[in-house]
Design a protein around this ligand. Sequence first.
Ligand code: ADP
Length: 626
Amino acid sequence: MSFNHSLSARSAPPAAITIGLSDLKILRRVIAMALRYRRGMAVALVTTIIAALFQLMIPQYLGQAVDSAQGLLGDGDPAAARAALWQTAFLLLGASILRGLFTMWHNYQGEAVGQRIAYDLRMAYYAQLQRLSFGFHDQTHTGELVTRGMLDIEGIRMVINAGIMRLVLIAFLLGIGAVLLLRQDVLLGLIALSFVPFAAWRSIVARLRLRASWLALQEKMGVLTRVMEENLGGIRVVRAFAAQPHELAKFDEVSEETLTLADRRIDIRVRNTAAMTYAFFIAMGLLLWVGGGKVLAGEISVGMLAEYLAFMAILQMPVRQLGMTVNAFARASMSGGRLFEILDREPEIADRPGAEDLEISDAALRFEHVSFAYEGSAARGEPALVTLHDISFEVKAGQTLGIVGPPGSGKSTIAHLIPRYYDVGAGRITIDSQDVREVTLASLRRAVSLVQQDTFLFTASIENNVAYGDPWAERERIAQSSETARLHDYIAGLPRGYETLVGERGVSLSGGQRQRLSIARSILVEAHILVFDDSTAAVDAATEQGIREALRSQSAGRATIIIAHRLGSLMNADEIVFLEEGRIVERGSHAALMALGGRYASLYRLQSVGNEPSDADAETDREGER
Ligand code: ADP
């Protein structure tokens, strides 16, 4: 197994700490999203500024308080000094309370706007994933899509509070703070502010380095998760081959790399925090030295020195956090870039403008000289292999078409073209003479029901799983579909019957039961064209026979396509096509194909001699809960 994680190429840390034009464009777009909530943003901005102003008042009142206290100790009027001290104390208390309230308000407001944007993005992203075609999903790693949907949206959400609002706060505190400090005494002001550039620089550099190492760490965590997931998913294989030591070694290797990265992060953090603290205390020492001299010389009051010290303490935190702010912007632009790339994508398969609903009369499905190649290989730089060549056939209501052929000959591809999971490369597919590309996707997919090779069950009750395509179906119809799929008796025998939960937390169904549930789900929707894509491979021949007979009795208005390896499944079809390397090499009824004595006939003989070998793997009635 390779440890290359599919996210690695995309989430590689930016090589240089520069904000390019496209980053600015992305940030502009995020800000435009925030501006949809104009009122919220305006309130957040105003409260941020007010909180900053109240915070800036605190050092001044502190200075005044010190001077008043000194007056109390000196030989002036003690009553007046006490009154002044009380007054300052109240002002200080008032400013602190108001500053706290406005800080709370701006944090709430900034966070609320961020959460709303996250909600909008999450919904838009999820909706887009539903729209994007299979061609896109074939080429994109599911894990990466999940990451984008979670971490990247989080990255954008955070920029409102931790980026924009914090930047406003820092700008106000630093800007007005600097003016106030320099206005009273330029030298002391410069000393008090001297730590700012250094601390800001270290904070930004440290944050961006931490960010790069965080990304690397995430990547390693992704690999760890995947190793663990694979191990748990394949736990039976691991135990069967006594491969626990190998699995442990594999995990240990990645785990150690993760630890090294975590160590590096601690190193960056500790070094930079120490450097910033040093710079701050050196500046404070200098301020005390020079300022103390000025106090002794009677140039400034003790209160003013206290005011400068208080200013330094107030400026320290936001300056240290400047790195977080820059990081929030860097993260948002990267996350935004990745997310918008998906949101802006136009699905290749979509309704044509003015497309109308499919109208069914005979449910006649025709393939007319259809050729097709998957794009995926071409996108990966491999030559696009033509999967289907010049395929033509017709199947009408009440008829059945059988498709047979070796693995990889293109059988499933034919099935996927009918509901337009992909569009044909050449030729056309029509239903009752309407090109499937010209009608609405929703009506097409209502008309075609595809029972897939891979059964997928939702973590929900059996009833909900069967009724997935028609949530309003009555229990009777659900039971009838299950009966047709030969699953009703099994379900009825379960203690909770149709209410039984399936999936990880519920009952475990065998392969054959899953397939039958999937069949029940597809027949419930009563589509006009029913396609079975090797969907009874895990069902024993007798049960399959029962399903086919039940379906035949109900299928007067329905065209059926059966793709199967087991010829017994499709020998009664009106027409059988034998596919090889994407071409129809033989076609006709079972009798005609047997008479032809070609590939079909030899496959039939092989299966008869082998006594239907796939039955050996198929379920038996002993199948059931694990
Ligand atoms: P069958 O159903 O007869 O086993 P398929 O129709 O699944 O065959 O596949 C036909 C060929 O197309 C195979 O070579 C397979 O590798 C390729 N193929 C199938 N699905 C995809 C896909 N999503 N992207 C690229 N190639 C595919």
